[in-house]
Design a protein around this ligand. Structure first.
Ligand code: HEC
Length: 103
């Protein structure tokens, strides 16, 4: 029984990863793949997504400034979160998603 459950869990994880990879222009999926590793937990001082106190002063800078900082890198964050394959628009879409969560 335990075995069947873990196989089921694995199948679910694999299929959800599959959907994330399917659509790339979507801010949420770009975020999940490239930014969540740091911004979900706030490692190295990354502003945690959904943490309004962290995001209010950032949002005040304006989405364009934030997107630019994310594209060029800032502090301990590498440019484009370390994935140079991303287009500027994809990074911007992810930033817009993050800003939405922090409002
Ligand atoms: C390796 C960990 C890491 C990854 C991956 C990462 N970030 Fe960050 N991010 C950080 C850290 C750390 C900071 C805080 C930088 C500072 O102010 O010193 C930060 C700050 C930011 C900020 C605030 C910039 C500002 O103007 O203060 C934005 C926006 C941002 N990240 C967006 C993104 C996006 C979009 C991605 C994915 C494409 C991403 N990050 C991936 C670690 C990461």
């Amino acid at each position: 029984m335990k075995m069947i459950l873990s196989i089921l869990c694995l199948a679910m994880i694999v299929s959800s990863v599959g959907t994330v990879y399917a659509s790339d222009s979507n801010g949420q999926s770009v975020y999940t793949k490239n930014c969540a590793a740091c911004h979900n937990s706030g490692v190295m001082g990354a502003p945690k997504v959904g943490d309004k106190d962290a995001w209010t002063p950032l949002i005040a800078k304006g989405v364009d400034v934030l997107a630019n900082n994310a594209i060029e890198g800032q502090g301990k964050m590498p440019p484009k979160g370390g994935n140079m394959q991303l287009s500027d628009d994809e990074v911007k879409a992810a930033v817009e998603y993050m800003v939405e969560q922090g409002k």
